[in-house]
Ligand binder design. Structure first.
Ligand code: NAD
Length: 504
């Protein structure tokens, strides 16, 4: 099986990537964003930033030490009284300016993000715009925060309670590498709007694109210390989660790390929001228009080379149309362009790192060993010898007990399982420890809606899947705790106070 490709000869390719990196504002940096300034890190330890398309290191960022984390948390603590005292409408004004300042940085941010994690520019070119939309959405909650919420006592007495919403305090925001801008902003925007101050820790794979947010914040007049950024890996994240002066942790990442953070926060009685892994299912109902489904298949089931938490990597096809579904999926996936993530037409770039490539290849091997059949990809060599490329793969004859059907792969691997009758489809979809997303495909949208209501996940789409900034997004079971987006996502950064008083 061959894919349409867009990658020039290796040497020209590496040179082109090198030239793009040289034109970027941040490559090798030794500083951290603390109290509104880029300050030299106290240690000389560095994380290398490797372009997954070429395997070449093109940047570096510091590993924050305990002293750096203390300074960042201290700055956030010192900035809290001033920021929370601003009227919500004034915080909203600054957040709106931050949205504009971020959008003005869209191009360099996109290229930095693509060279960090290999996400195609078709994906990363939307990062600043989508991030700005998230900021603007949360800036719209000023009225909600300013409203006077007075509740009478039920006994009819002359007493009432005034319910006020206070910011929860200093928040640690910890993000993964797959959407490094969006997954920070969906925490940062409600935190700022609520009146919280923050310390952000991006993933070690993507420590540079976060700098565009910090610089945009300075330009937007967000006061010094309200936003701080420390870079580093698991140790830095752990030290931040445990820091005595952190009031809340918001984490997006893998389920095992989420469990560890939950245990720490449980011990500290520290509020925590966890957005974790998934293994979502797409149910293809028998009346599905397969041509229409083909047009959304890649975005729904393999977005960002399958490195999307909610992606529906289990496709459940009805026996009576199984062959047709398989044929459509094989044709759609094998027509998608694999290649240079800097090419706007590329659908599948490399996966984010060599480590991720090994994980995905091991899953592909396990699928073959357990008897699934690869009708696209499989154990064929990756399309390009250098770089962290994996052949996009479609497995058929996948059964519910196989590892590729049970575990999150986080790569361009889609498995198709046959079902008989809608009850079996629902049972298969729910036969997972996760509960994040999913899709029901079907021509009769009312029938599809009824099936969707039987799926035990935090979100589910009918014939498409997307995040709605005003609707809660979160996982059930092993997919997390709490939600992001919408007023529910804002409430995660607020703590209510009821003031009981005699009615006047
Ligand atoms: P990861 O769990 O390895 O790391 C996530 C972040 O946590 C990184 O910044 C990392 O440095 C930090 N970290 C690691 N160990 C830590 C510890 N002990 N204490 C504190 N911080 C620690 O995840 P990843 O590989 O970067 O991202 C992929 C995972 O993220 C996938 O499982 C994916 O499903 C999940 N994800 C979930 C959502 C969602 O909204 N549910 C969205 C995107 C990604």
């Amino acid at each position: 099986m061959t894919f349409p490709t867009s990658r020039p000869a290796d040497s020209a390719f590496a040179r082109a990537h090198h030239d793009v990196a040289r034109g970027l504002p941040y490559t090798r940096v030794g500083d951290l964003f603390i109290d509104g300034q880029w300050r030299a890190a106290s240690s000389t330890d560095l994380i290398e930033v490797v372009d997954p398309a070429t395997g070449e290191s093109w940047g570096a960022a510091p590993v924050a030490s305990t002293a750096d984390i203390d300074a960042a948390v201290g700055a956030a603590r010192a900035a809290l009284p001033g920021w929370r005292a601003l009227a919500p409408s004034e915080r909203a004004n600054r957040i709106l300016r931050l949205a504009d300042a971020l959008e003005a940085r869209a191009d360099a941010l996109s290229l930095t993000n693509t060279l960090e994690n290999g996400s195609p520019v078709a994906e990363t070119s939307r990062a600043a715009g989508n991030g700005a939309a998230i900021l603007r959405h949360f800036a719209g909650y000023a009225d909600y925060l300013e409203r006077l919420d007075v509740r009478p006592f039920a006994d009819g007495s002359a007493s009432e309670s005034v319910v006020r919403l206070d910011p929860v305090g200093v928040c640690a925001l910890i993000a993964p590498w797959n959407f490094p801008i969006n997954l920070v902003l969906v925490k940062l925007a409600p935190a700022l709007m609520a009146g919280c101050t923050v310390v952000i820790k991006p993933a070690p794979t993507t420590p540079l694109s976060i700098r565009f947010i910090a610089d945009a914040a300075s330009e937007a007049g967000i006061p010094d210390g309200v936003i701080n950024v420390v870079t580093g890996g698991a140790e830095t994240g752990d030290a931040l989660v445990r820091h005595p002066d952190i009031d809340k942790v918001a984490f997006t990442g893998s389920t095992p790390v989420g469990r560890r953070i939950a245990a720490t926060c449980g011990g500290l009685l520290r509020p925590v929001t966890l957005e974790l892994g998934g293994k979502s299912a797409a149910i293809v109902l028998p009346d599905t228009d397969l041509a229409a489904m083909s047009s959304v298949l890649l975005r729904s089931c393999m977005r960002n080379s399958g490195q999307t938490c909610y992606t529906a990597s289990r496709l459940l096809a009805p026996s009576e149309r199984y062959d047709e579904v398989v044929e459509m999926v094989a044709a759609t996936v094998s027509a998608a362009r694999v290649g240079d993530p800097l090419d706007p037409d590329t659908v599948f770039g490399p996966v984010a790192s060599e480590a991720q490539k090994r994980i995905v290849q091991n899953y592909i091997r396990s699928g073959l060993d357990e008897g699934a059949r690869a009708i696209v990809g499989g154990d064929v060599p990756p399309p390009f010898p250098s770089g962290s490329y994996v052949s996009p793969t479609v497995f058929v004859d996948v059964t519910a007990d196989m590892r590729i059907a049970r575990e999150e792969i986080f790569g361009p691997v889609l498995g198709i399982t046959r079902y008989d009758g809608v009850d079996e489809a629902v049972e298969l979809a729910n036969d997972t420890p996760f509960g994040l997303g999913g899709i029901v495909f079907g021509d009769d949208e009312d029938a599809a809606f009824r099936v969707a209501r039987r799926i035990d996940t935090g979100s589910i789409g009918i014939n498409f899947f997307a995040s709605n900034h005003s609707a809660p997004f979160g996982g059930r079971h092993d997919s997390g705790l709490g939600v992001e987006y919408g007023v529910e996502g804002l409430n995660a950064y607020l703590t209510p106070q009821s003031v009981h008083r005699r009615r006047r």
